[in-house]
Design a protein around this ligand. Structure first.
Ligand code: COS
Length: 384
């Protein structure tokens, strides 16, 4: 329980935790480590109601709420990583439409995404444009009633299973050479060829693909020409704090596993939990988790209140929670000793699953850039 949450949000959290334990845990056991979204997972998420907080009520959601997105990810990420990835991508690939879609685009796409009938993704990263989004080389050229897109996208999560996505491409013109625009693309459009599934250290639906003369109707331009960079940043502002929430959920599972193990595992004639070296590790994990939880919930509340510092708090939450969770899970493996490094142990899986969170949706170092820029701008304002 956490003093920052309302009674309704606490009830939602309990509902997510019950879903994770009762539905997702057995599904995770059955499906194992998977790098796609099989029908059983797709159907389970579809009926879970977890997509609801990603979308406004008028488009079939429960009302967009950063707090609830975080609570859902916190509850499920430690239990079944692929479920969390799918939920996160429904946010990354749906929120740009919420933010910048025309009424027709919202009506066409959002209800199906909110219901989980369609899965989406977020096509931003490229071989030469990871941290430096503005360096993207994929181009979109106007041609009659279409844009013709050519290029390559890399590290696209949910890219194998998604039916559609929001894709960012360069739309340079003489008056705006840096212009980047966003497009709603569908797998059925010829030219989107998923040709390479990337094998990560922890199983994940993630691909690289070539875009070859993909003709996207002008009606699928999302927002204004040249508005793509800011749209991508605003989307990441919302979703980064939820990466922190997912990390928090993983750390919480690592603590529970470690506590249970330390209480039953005896060495030198007593449970290892009674040794100060173990007890202090558990205490350190609890402190890191509570601090991460407070930062994640604070960032989400700032976002829901449209506070202008929400982006800053989102980066702080993502940075701290993912780094803290990594430290916690490392300690969890240490507490488990040999058992912790055996393939299939919960903490062994978490050790592999947590690592990418310090990288994706902006590395720890990129979060520091954003935090430092915010401080710098604030200082400039105070002195001007
Ligand atoms: N919201 C709205 N606008 C934003 C913004 C935000 N969060 N962040 C930046 N902008 C605007 C800036 O205000 C600026 O606008 P003007 O041109 O009107 O002044 C414009 O966008 C460019 O901003 P900036 O100069 O800061 O851009 P940079 O190219 O220096 O890049 C970083 C900024 C590094 C923060 C950005 O590229 C980034 O987030 N990189 C990490 C990408 C990432 O997370 N990749 C993972 C992909 S998903 S797995």
């Amino acid at each position: 329980m956490h003093g920052l949450l309302s009674t309704e949000d606490l009830a939602f959290k309990a509902q997510c935790q019950a879903y994770a334990q009762e539905q997702l845990a057995p599904l995770a056991k059955k499906l194992g480590e998977i790098n796609e979204v099989p029908a059983a997972l797709r159907n389970s998420l579809m009926h879970s109601g977890l997509y609801g907080p990603l979308y406004p009520k008028e488009y079939g959601g429960q009302g967009l709420s950063a707090v609830r997105i975080c609570l859902a990810r916190e509850a499920i990420a430690g239990v079944f990583g692929p479920a969390d990835t799918t939920l996160a991508m429904q946010g990354l690939g749906g929120y740009p439409i919420v933010l910048a879609g025309t009424e027709a685009q919202k009506k066409k796409y959002l209800p199906a995404l909110a219901a989980g009938q369609r899965l989406t993704t977020f096509c931003l990263t490229e071989p030469e444009a990871g941290s430096d989004v503005a360096a993207m080389q994929t181009t979109a050229q106007p041609d009659g009633d279409c844009f013709v897109i050519n290029g390559r996208k890399r590290f696209i999560s949910n890219g194998f299973s998604a039916d559609m996505g929001v894709l960012f491409a360069r739309t340079a013109s003489a008056d705006n050479p840096k212009s980047i625009s966003a497009f709603i693309v569908e797998k059925t459009m010829p030219g989107w060829n998923v040709d390479w599934r990337i094998d990560l250290m922890a199983a994940h639906d993630i691909v690289e693909f070539e875009i070859h003369h993909l003709r996207v109707p002008k009606a699928n331009l999302l927002g204004a020409v040249g508005g793509g960079f800011k749209l991508a940043m605003q989307t990441l502002d919302l979703m980064r704090m939820s990466v922190g929430a997912a990390a928090l959920g993983m750390a919480q599972v690592a603590l529970q596993e470690s506590l249970a193990y330390a209480q039953k595992r005896a060495q030198f004639g007593r449970p290892i939990a009674e040794f100060q070296s173990t007890a202090f590790k558990l205490a350190d994990m609890a402190v890191e988790i509570e601090a991460a939880r407070s930062l994640v919930y604070l960032a989400a509340m700032k976002k829901d209140q449209n506070d202008p510092s929400a982006s800053y708090h989102s980066s702080i939450a993502k940075l701290f929670a993912t780094e803290a969770a990594f430290r916690c899970i490392d300690q969890a493996v240490q507490i488990h000793g040999g058992v912790g490094v055996v393939k299939g142990a919960v903490v062994e899986r978490l050790y592999r699953e947590i690592r990418p969170l310090r990288v994706y949706e902006g590395t720890t170092e990129i979060q520091k850039v954003i935090i430092a820029n915010h401080l710098h701008k604030g200082a400039k304002k105070r002195t001007s």
